[in-house]
Design a protein around this ligand. Structure first.
Ligand code: ADP
Ligand code: GLC
Length: 488
């Protein structure tokens, strides 16, 4: 099949979270299965201008200028052809006024005020570019930023013979980010007013990109089975539970995979040493290297190190952790944390580290290499998320023999099995509910388990033996693409 991805992030070009990891990895897996895949991304300023393609060529314009009309003016977008990378054709939508900025979505966790225009243009440009460069069997669009593609295809472009048989699949990576704007966005983006109704893309008097995608796509997926169920409930549906429930028959939970070419302690180029389940020796060197990077060289060998790598957002549950920050720091553990985003959580971590300099350290920044070092050098990995559609870090942790401590929600619940010391089964520690005392009890259980080296090694190896590669999930996506294509 011919599949076109449209998304706002993909490794190695532009990343703020797991969406980038997925859009970076899944297309390559689909290529292995014999499909043709094209990826469209915005040409942000952080996308390198020199990209070497499989054939060694340099990026050049495939289309000099597309005219993208808005209500009272036109914008013009170029399409940069970066060629094939590992067999995947990459195009970038170039509109410097909208994308040549420091951030992807806005400064310090806030949004640029013209995001409707930015991603509205992106969606329309992908449709227009595809007409010239090749219409796929399926457009696979990700999150709200690409969710207007199915809307345009079934409204503005409904009678376009070139696009008639193209099917659409929307993947929801996070239902809380919906892209909501004022009603007049409808006419600014030249959509017909009849889409602005409750059963289409109006949501409490706002124009809602994600809802549009949910209503107009042929098939829907989200990134774990549990989250697929959760988002059909008021607790997790972010007010879209009703419309999602209506489409339950077309909504599939497909767990994300891991790109083990990038996340593997046996080969990871960011580490001080390599290790495998059979020979864990190198993990000690990784731990020492990590403690050095965080200025915590004084931490004793017998003290477990808890790692955190996260977007600091409410979703991630660090307010639950903050209630017991003091108790955690006063236990025999060290904490190394890296994250950025919401200044509230950034300060919370800063203050924590300031109060407990001997065993709590934090880096408020985005740093790919350090994220790998934390995965490898920590003994435990903490994710107390309020909700988690899939979560990738806990799956990386398993591979690195770093034992996850997670809240039982979404993909965290689907991927982490409770450790049973008597049976020697399970891969981590998991708590239910939102009470900080339950989180603390789980951390205590982990600290206690860490003391028994033999069973801890078993626990590490249980996790390392789990296989979350993309080959299974990629086949599930193909089935969804086929289902979508059948409906055209
Ligand atoms: P989410 O997409 O909700 O942020 P995921 O667990 O799916 O959560 O993915 C997060 C991804 O972003 C992981 O690859 C993680 O390593 C990376 N990441 C998050 N914050 C940082 C940071 N400050 N520095 C480096 N990598 C980060
Ligand atoms: C979102 C979710 C995260 C998921 C990622 C990739 O950002 O918050 O749980 O792993 O997308 O699907």
């Amino acid at each position: 099949m011919k599949i076109t991805f449209a998304a706002s992030e993909a490794t190695p070009f532009a990343k703020t979270g797991g969406l980038a990891d997925v859009v970076g990895a899944l297309p390559r897996e689909l290529i292995k299965l014999g499909h043709q895949v094209t990826v469209f991304l915005p040409f942000y300023s952080r996308v390198p201008r020199q990209i070497e393609s499989d054939g060694g060529g340099e990026p050049q314009y495939a289309i000099q200028s597309l005219t993208i009309p808005f209500r009272s003016y036109n914008r013009f977008a170029g399409v940069v052809d970066a060629g094939k990378l590992d067999g995947v054709q990459h195009y970038f939508i170039d509109c410097p006024e909208l994308f040549d900025r420091k951030e992807l979505y806005g400064p310090s966790g806030a949004d640029y005020t013209d995001n409707a225009e930015r991603f509205g243009l992106f969606c329309r440009a992908v449709v227009e570019a595809s007409k010239q460069l090749g219409v796929p069997d399926v457009f696979h669009v990700h999150d709200w930023q690409a969710a207007l593609i199915p809307v345009y295809l079934r409204t503005t472009y409904l009678t376009d013979p070139a696009l008639h048989s193209a099917a659409t699949v929307l993947t929801i990576h996070n239902a809380a980010y919906q892209g909501t704007f004022s009603p007049k966005t409808t006419e600014d983006l030249l959509l017909p007013w009849e889409v602005f109704t409750m059963n289409k893309l109006e949501q409490y008097d706002s124009f809602n990109f994600l809802k549009g995608g949910i209503v107009f796509s042929d098939q829907l997926t989200t990134v774990s089975k549990k989250y697929a169920e959760e988002i059909q409930t008021p607790e997790f549906g972010e007010q879209l539970d009703g419309v999602l429930h209506k489409r339950a028959a077309d909504l599939h939970g497909i767990l994300n995979g891991v790109d083990y070419e990038l996340w593997n302690p046996a080969t990871d180029g960011h580490l001080a040493a390599h290790y495998t389940p059979e020979n864990l020796e190198g993990k000690r060197a990784c731990r020492a290297d990590l403690l050095h990077a965080f200025g915590l060289e004084g931490v004793a060998d017998t003290t477990p190190v808890i790692g955190i790598v996260s977007r600091f957002a409410k979703q991630k549950g660090f307010d639950i952790m903050a209630e017991i920050a003091e108790e955690i720091a006063e236990r025999d553990v060290a904490v190394v944390a890296q994250g950025t985003h919401d200044p509230y959580y950034e300060n919370l971590f800063r203050e924590w580290a300031f109060r407990y300099p001997a065993n709590v350290a934090v880096q408020i920044r985005y740093d790919e290499a350090l994220a790998h070092k934390i995965e490898a050098g920590s003994d435990m990995f903490l994710m107390p998320s309020r909700y988690e559609p899939c979560g990738l870090n806990q799956i990386y942790s398993l591979k690195y023999g770093t034992v996850p401590i997670v809240r039982a929600t979404g993909g965290l619940d689907d991927t982490i099995e409770k450790w049973d010391a008597r049976e020697g089964t399970g891969t981590g520690f998991k708590f239910e509910g939102l009470k900080s005392k339950d989180l603390l009890a789980e951390i205590d259980r982990a600290i206690e388990a860490f003391r028994n080296k033999t069973s801890w090694t078993q626990l590490m190896r249980n996790g390392m033996a789990r296989d979350y590669s993309w080959s299974g999930p990629a086949k599930e996506y193909v089935r969804v693409y086929e289902e979508a294509a059948r409906s055209r």
